[in-house]
Design a protein around this ligand. Sequence first.
Ligand code: PPE
Length: 328
Amino acid sequence: MNVDPSEFIWCNGEFVPWEDAKVHVLSHGLHYGTGVFEGIRCYDTERGPAVFRLTEHLDRLLRSARLYFMELPYERDALRRATHEVVTRNGLRECYIRPIAFRGYGQMGLCPLDAPVDVTIAAWKWGAYLGEESKRTGIRAKVSSWRRINSDSLIPQAKASGQYLNSVLAKVEALKPRYQEAILLDDHGYVCEGTGENGYLVREGEIVTPGQSNSILDGITRRSVIQIARDLGYTVSERNVGRAELYLADEVFLSGTAAELVPVVEIDDHPIGGGAPGEITRVLQAAFDDAIHGRAEPYREWLDVVVPRDLETPAGDVSERRITGATG
Ligand code: PPE
């Protein structure tokens, strides 16, 4: 088990003890993958726990839901307040936050429109996605034989549960040999992204990353990394990237909320650059680390400091089994 349980999970407006946050086995989302979710991180900063780009993540959640004709019973602001409360009630300072909206129990068959929509927000301590060590030393990746879902069949820009079977196939394929992550190509053979991260290469000082037409998820970390890189004076191009360009790159790295920024030092058994994390990757890694921890003034606005009012209510004071949240 790689989940470190917290105390409470916000479920449809109520705080439920962690172990009681369960769903029925006939939930629509379990059978057909009809759910949309987000992965968000909260960091300990000198101004208190702060959620990185919370509004952007919640906007993407609402966008993903709309793309699958799912109307959420909560507005962005209610979800934002609920997220803050999940952090404070669990007494967390640094954590990973997972909101999910899914079609619940009561309706079987493929038309999801009459199935209820359940919304939950959990938060727990989750360390580096690809391992603490990998952030320093880099990972070995493999170009997957599975193509990334394309916009003829699904919606690559949506963060929808069922779509992740594609990432699961690629991840399992990559983990069997001696790789830690898979990189997927689109249906034209261009590079898309990792199973849960966006990808970049550096060649002759220029940063290159696949664009929106390459079936990628519009990563919030990606947007942040591109802005930081441009602010530092680097050129960032969004364009088609051929598979072999990865092998020929001076540097390759991945970015995502869970993974943060991770160097890739080998792809399909080709060492990248010198087989060690590159200099520009290092610079961006450090700058991103400053941004998420509130040490970089220009990016302070990306941090949504958790409302201190809630800090006055320690999770320990909560004695009832089910507590109605202020947001419910
Ligand atoms: N592509 C995919 C397919 C993806 O799942 C993620 C996030 C990204 C790119 C990067 O997006 P962003 O987090 O907005 O920068 N993957 C989430 C889920 C990971 C998981 O295994 O669960 C995450 O990083 O939270």
